[in-house]
Design a protein around this ligand. Structure first.
Ligand code: XMP
Length: 325
């Protein structure tokens, strides 16, 4: 398989170029896999979604999409995968509710690197179990993109841990491996994926797990998910969603005093982060209008259970990283 982008390869910028790429890849996928089945871990992120949509066009139900809900996804993401792929595209979709498994494994784990490892290892385990239930799988599709090849020289190491066991060592199908992210988005648009999927902001592999600081608990995880949903809704309503590179909320593992309904409260704060960057190596803080920050604060403290304060992180990278972990 060609793993270097040819010097004369045209950039995919227009819908016509995307359509030509789609036609080419459909033929290439059919030639590669014949009538064998292909397995894909479909997170709902832009890369795996574009690969899924391409393969569905090429081989229909011979693509088996496995969506693992590990409980660390943003609000509405699993539902969107089911709606777009299961219902609208009528894909062969296996939905795995692994929320309890992941949260049980993560109970009491405080170290960020350890949390990452637990999430990655459990993901591989769940995916392996699903792979073993399927018969006649010959290939594994992956959403590897060109920066993954440039950075690692190998295939996308999902969640930074190993891969499937050797007896499940399927041949790889990587139709977007020579594309840059912006090209993947153009192809996604041409494939008819919803904008919410195509223009999604970067989201770490371990998901909300890195934003629920310290040991993950269900109630604080819910506070991260609900406050993130409010922030995204307000940024979209106020023209910031397409402008700001990455924005999200964090819930630390300490409480502070407050007053709610005339009574003293002792609850968590929510921290808002909104940054702009080119390459994520350095970042500046978005100058969010103060009135909007006040409005978001009011919504979060009113609507999110267990939260009595909202803070805005004013720190550029460096000295802060983008995530808190
Ligand atoms: P930091 O926090 O290092 O983040 O300034 C830079 C960018 O990388 C993302 N990020 C991750 N992505 N797995 C990922 O796939 C991770 O463990 C991870 N940690 C950080 C972060 O969201 C930001 O865009």
């Amino acid at each position: 398989m060609l793993n270097k982008r040819p010097d004369d390869m045209q950039r995919i910028e227009s819908q016509a170029q995307a359509q030509a790429f789609i036609d080419e890849q459909i033929a290439a996928i059919r030639a590669q896999v014949g009538d064998q089945k292909v397995l894909l871990a479909l997170s709902g992120g832009v890369d795996s979604s574009v690969v899924a949509a391409l393969l569905i066009r090429a081989i229909g139900k011979n693509l088996v999409c496995v969506h693992v809900n590990h409980g660390l996804l943003r609000k509405g993401e699993s539902e969107q995968v089911i709606k777009v792929f299961g219902e609208e595209m009528d894909a062969n979709l296996v939905y795995v509710d692994a929320v309890d498994r992941f949260l049980d494994k993560l109970a009491g784990v405080t170290d960020p690197e350890e949390k990452r490892k637990v999430i990655g290892a459990e993901f591989i385990r769940v995916f392996e179990e699903e792979a073993r239930k399927q018969e006649g799988i010959g290939f594994l599709a992956q959403g590897t993109i060109y920066p993954d090849i440039l950075e690692s020289g190998t295939v996308k190491a999902h969640h930074n841990v190993g891969g499937l066991p050797e007896d499940l060592d399927f041949k790889l199908v990587e139709p977007i491996r020579l594309l840059f992210k912006d090209e993947v988005r153009v192809v996604g648009k041409a494939l008819g994926l919803p904008d919410g999927m195509v223009y999604r902001q970067p989201f770490p592999g371990p998901g909300l797990g890195v934003r629920c600081l310290g040991a993950i608990t269900r109630d604080r995880l819910e506070a991260v998910r609900e406050s993130d949903a409010i922030l995204r809704e307000e940024f979209a309503a106020n023209g910031l969603a397409g402008k700001v590179w990455q924005y999200f909320t964090i819930v630390p593992d300490f409480k502070s005093t407050g007053v709610k309904d005339g009574k003293r409260s002792f609850e968590w704060p929510v921290i808002i982060r909104a940054v702009n960057t080119r390459d994520a190596m350095s970042a500046t803080v978005e100058d969010v209008p103060f009135s909007l920050l006040q409005h978001i604060t009011q919504r979060i403290t009113n609507e999110v259970k267990g939260v009595n304060r909202v803070l805005y992180d004013l720190t550029p990278k460096p000295t802060g990283t983008i995530e808190w972990e």
